[in-house]
Design a protein. Structure first.
Length: 75
C-alpha cells in the first residue's frame, strides 16, 4: 500500500502533482466557461437591447431610435 514509498518523489511529490493537476484542469474548465460566456454574450440580446446600446454610445439619435423601435414593435 506504499505506492510512492521507494520513489524519489515520495508522498510530498504525489500530493503536489495531484494539486497541480486539480489547478490545471480547473483552470482549463474556467477558461472554457469564460469563452462560452463571452461568445454567448455577443450573440444574445434582443434587437431593442442592441438599439438601446447604440443610442447610449451615440451611434444614433433619439429620432432614429424612436423610428426603429416602432418598427420593431410592429413585427
Amino acid at each position: 500500500m506504499h505506492w510512492y514509498y521507494d520513489t524519489p518523489m515520495g508522498w510530498g511529490g504525489f500530493v503536489m502533482m495531484a494539486l497541480f493537476m486539480l489547478v490545471f484542469f480547473g483552470g482549463l474548465i474556467a477558461l472554457g466557461v469564460a469563452m462560452l460566456r463571452r461568445t454567448d454574450h455577443h450573440h444574445s440580446g434582443s434587437a431593442l437591447h442592441i438599439l438601446e446600446e447604440r443610442l447610449a454610445r451615440g451611434e444614433i439619435d433619439t429620432d432614429e431610435f424612436d423610428r426603429v423601435r416602432k418598427t420593431l414593435r410592429t413585427r
